[in-house]
Design a protein around this ligand. Structure first.
Ligand code: PBG
Length: 331
């Protein structure tokens, strides 16, 4: 009889709130959240981003204030992305290794404001610095060249670590960059700087608002399909993750998030490595658009998506909704 109706009624444990709480298998807390922030030039500047309603670029002083806000909300990490002034962008993205660039100034301002109460994750890729909007160096045919790009990414990563970055997050999808960056961090006195690799990053249509936010969208000709992954592929993601772990990644990321829950789940089943999801700009914008159009409730949609990431096996989620979610969780 056991296991069949009416001995077993799965609705029994769902009947009351206390019981649902008792039987809940997964939980989201502010400690699961990573808050991406966009840095812009100037002082006292806030620039709302039209395609990311509710998200702004902040000048370095504003970034320091957001860092204090993150600490107060219990968010453990912020992720930084610069909107490099257009006159500082170039074919080779040299501004990426300027020790006084926006990114480095923002890292230092955060560390001055909150010290080690907050982790700072920095993006390694050239797209916010190049005049062509690609993540690496391009040859005459427009192809993003791998090994030459890796050499530049290594300089970029060491530059960020020297400024005080805690987690280096390469989002460029070049082959071999995790190993090269790990070796450079070790050799330059940064043994405890982590690497969170964007291991399975797909060539996605969900990145549009982000490219507006870092000012690369209008510059980009063509696409990123010769380095970012084909959305049709899943086995290949396992190879990407295996390589990045072998090369020294401390944690891996799957990006975008919601459309790739199967990848998150498979990575978690197969590898004993912390996995993070990036709920990307297009995913954020879709929730905001649903709210604005009266199609759904922002808060409910958001919390349902966040718990889905946890259920799939994520250690945490990068989301532009991080401060809002943390406030909701605090009641
Ligand atoms: C590029 C980068 C992208 C994102 C993070 N790093 C966009 C791209 O690959 O073109 C997307 C994040 C988002 O959409 O929120 N290095």
């Amino acid at each position: 009889m056991t296991g069949s109706y009416p001995n077993t009624r799965l609705r029994r444990t769902r009947a009351h709130g206390w019981s649902r709480a008792l039987h809940r298998e997964n939980i989201v807390t502010p400690a699961d959240l990573i808050w991406p922030l966009f840095v812009t030039a100037g002082e006292g500047v806030e620039e709302p981003i039209a395609t990311l309603p509710g998200v702004s670029r902040w000048s370095v002083d504003g970034i320091a204030k957001r860092a204090k806000e993150a600490v107060a909300l219990g968010i453990p990490v912020v992720a930084l992305f610069p909107n490099t002034p257009h006159d500082l962008r170039s074919d080779d993205g040299a501004e990426a290794h300027n020790p006084d660039n926006l990114m480095c100034r923002a890292i230092k301002a955060i560390k001055d404001a909150v010290g080690n109460d907050l982790g700072v994750l920095t993006d390694v890729a050239l797209d916010p610095y190049t005049s062509h909007g690609q993540d690496g160096l391009v040859d005459d045919t427009g192809y993003v060249v791998n090994d030459e790009t890796v050499a530049v990414l290594v300089d970029q990563a060491v530059n960020q670590a020297n400024a005080g970055a805690d987690i280096i997050a390469p989002s460029d999808m070049m082959d071999g960059r995790i190993k090269a960056i790990r070796m450079a961090l070790e050799m330059n006195g940064h043994p405890n700087v982590q690497i969170m690799s964007y291991a399975a990053k797909y060539a996605s249509a969900f990145y549009g608002p982000f490219r507006d936010a870092v000012g690369s969208g209008g510059l980009l000709k063509g696409d990123k399909k010769a380095y970012q992954m084909d959305p049709a592929n899943a086995d290949e993601a396992m190879r990407e993750v295996a390589l990045d772990i072998a090369e020294g990644a401390d944690s891996v990321m799957v990006k975008p998030g919601l459309a790739y829950l199967d990848i998150i789940y498979r990575v978690r089943q197969r590898f004993d490595v912390p996995v993070f999801a990036y709920q990307v700009s297009g995913e954020y914008a879709m929730i905001e658009a649903a709210q604005a159009a009266g199609i759904g409730d922002r808060d409910a949609l958001l919390m349902e998506k966040l718990i889905a990431f946890k259920r799939a096996g994520c250690s945490g989620v990068l989301t532009y909704h991080a401060p809002h979610a943390a406030r909701l969780l605090a009641g």
